[in-house]
Write a protein that binds this ligand. Structure first.
Ligand code: NAD
Length: 332
């Protein structure tokens, strides 16, 4: 059967997320991990030894391996475009971490390179594989809530996230694209107008916003609110305070992940672990790769196309422009 085909894949970027990708690729039935790359020699040594594959400090060495069918690109956001273009120019299919790029000009270069080389490109917007979000999408698609009137999405993280990223992108680009992409997918409509306010206080030295709040208008008339922050205290029991609310003409749906629904008190501390992203089995990533394999087999379209990922990024950029100028921004 087509879906039993095994693809040779490499992973570029072995930081927090890339290391998880490499571990998932190593054990996934549709993939054979053939190599890994990172500019940091210590990470290359560590993971090439642990995973028993060749490692490269220059990713072009990995792309030059003769058997490469596909590559995962999980480098820092601001460096996505060069390895993407190099992979596309070699005819290697791409699984790219979100956001598609750090700005829409770079994203457009990635799309052009993929198109010109007839290379498949899928972007890892993980909410589309998160069972909690998928359940809300399912009941809306079944019409249980009637027509959507308004949506609200929040993704607030501790200041540790902002500090870890050292100002390389704003929270709206790093994590806001998750919710923007999901809301556009959920409503089946693009966002056409945004108006935002942002505050910069504890992360001012990094020249990024602590918190941004935006009103959204979708082309189909739905309105929304979006809240993204890196200002929560580091000693929060849960790593993320996330909410989604959808109100329709026939009902409403709520997703509330502040407590993560599991609380553990041990060693005098309350801990509320993230049961999707924080657990070692990484089910959402396994599902992403299963879908990517079907996409490579031409059994399905990419669940998150490059064009959809670019659209989410363009909305995030418009929100940041609005917050800076104090005026609403229209999107085509
Ligand atoms: N889908 C999700 O939920 C999710 C969660 C976290 C991060 N991410 C995304 O994953 C990507 C990686 O994030 P992270 O948190 O692992 O970052 P990180 O900083 O922990 O790791 C990035 C790695 O890329 C390496 N790198 C940078 N430029 C390189 C190059 N030219 N060649 C090879 N290696 C290079 C760095 O040395 C570093 O080890 C980002 O795009 C991020 O937005 C996605």
């Amino acid at each position: 059967m087509k879906s039993e085909r095994i693809y040779s894949i490499g992973v570029i970027g072995l930081g927090v997320f890339g290391a998880r990708h490499a571990a998932v690729c190593l054990n996934h039935p549709n993939f054979r991990l053939v190599g890994v790359a990172d500019v940091k020699e210590e990470l290359v040594k560590k993971y090439s030894m642990e995973l028993e594959v060749p490692g490269f400090t220059d990713y072009r060495g990995l792309l030059a391996m003769p058997e490469m069918d596909a590559v995962t690109i999980a480098v820092s956001d601001q460096f996505h475009h060069e390895p993407c273009k190099d992979a596309a120019n070699r005819g290697i299919h791409i699984f790219l971490e979100k956001p598609i790029a750090d700005n829409s000009a770079h994203a457009q270069e990635i799309l052009n390179a993929a198109r010109e080389n007839n290379v498949k490109l899928m972007v890892g917007h993980t909410l589309r594989f998160d069972p909690r979000y998928l359940e809300i999408k399912r009941i809306i698609d079944e019409g249980q809530l009637g027509e959507i009137i308004h949506v609200y999405a929040r993704r607030n993280a501790t200041v540790k996230s902002g500090r870890r990223l050292q100002g390389r992108v704003d929270a709206m680009i790093f994590q806001g694209v998750h919710d923007i992409d999901f809301l556009q997918w959920l409503t089946g409509s693009k966002i056409s107008k945004v108006y935002a306010e942002a505050a910069s206080n504890i992360l001012k030295d990094l020249k990024v916003n602590d918190t941004t709040m935006a009103t959204l208008r979708f082309k189909n008339g739905v309105i929304g609110l979006l809240e993204q922050s890196w200002a929560l205290p580091v000693d929060m029991p849960s790593p993320l305070d996330v909410e989604l609310e959808v109100v329709g003409t026939e009902g409403s749906a709520y997703l509330d992940l502040r407590s993560q629904s599991v609380s553990i008190v041990a060693g005098g501390k309350l801990n509320q672990p993230d049961l999707i992203y924080g657990l070692p089995d990484q089910h959402f990533l396994i599902d992403e790769y299963s879908h990517f394999a079907k996409y490579l087999n031409e059994e399905v379209e990419a669940k998150v196309s490059g064009e959809e990922a670019l659209s989410a990024l363009e909305v995030a950029e418009a929100i940041m422009r609005s917050a800076k100028s104090g005026a609403p921004v229209l999107l085509s």
